[in-house]
Design a protein around this ligand. Structure first.
Ligand code: HEC
Length: 140
């Protein structure tokens, strides 16, 4: 039973993915700055990074779940229903009583506004400082 559900979910995701290839991205109707705050308040940044690159990248990934607002909302909502059957997934669930439709639109707007590429290592001062300190000889 569980594997049948997994297979149908995979097929569903595949259909969305192949539809996504042919489609262009949907319109953005939410508010980017509200979305940035929500992205922070609801902890998305903890796994997806402040700018969409993290454990699971969100920027410029061609993810079928980001093709438009409806699919994105369904992705967040559906997880609330299917996640208990998919214990391997570690993303929290976001049902409507946690993120309203309007909040989802704002977060979607923020994700769509993210820079499309990771910054070059050389352009991140903190990372450069960490790299420099790692080059110092170890003298306890
Ligand atoms: C505890 C970590 C965690 C948090 C918090 C989290 N996510 Fe995720 N997210 C993941 C992981 C892991 C995946 C990939 C596997 C999966 O789908 O579960 C994912 C996948 C996604 C995807 C699909 C990406 C793709 O390439 O198809 C989107 C979109 C997304 N998350 C949006 C969000 C948003 C918006 C929030 C906040 C409201 C959020 N996530 C919070 C861990 C997290």
């Amino acid at each position: 039973m569980k594997s049948a559900i997994r297979i149908s979910l995979a097929l569903g995701a595949g259909l969305v993915a192949s539809a996504g290839l042919a489609q262009t991205m949907g319109p953005v109707t939410g508010d980017v700055s509200e979305g940035a705050q929500l992205y922070y308040d609801h902890g998305c940044y903890q796994c997806h990074g402040y700018f969409g690159y993290g454990r699971q990248d969100l920027n410029n990934t061609g993810s079928p779940f980001l093709i438009n607002e409806d699919v994105f909302r369904s992705f967040l909502r559906a997880r609330a229903d299917v996640a208990p059957l998919l214990p391997s997934t570690s993303m929290p669930n976001y049902p409507a009583n946690s993120l309203t439709d309007e909040m989802v639109q704002d977060i979607y707007a923020y994700i769509r506004s993210m820079p499309s590429n990771r910054p070059e290592t050389a352009s991140v001062p903190t990372l450069q400082a960490i790299l420099r300190s790692g080059e110092r000889p170890y003298r306890p």
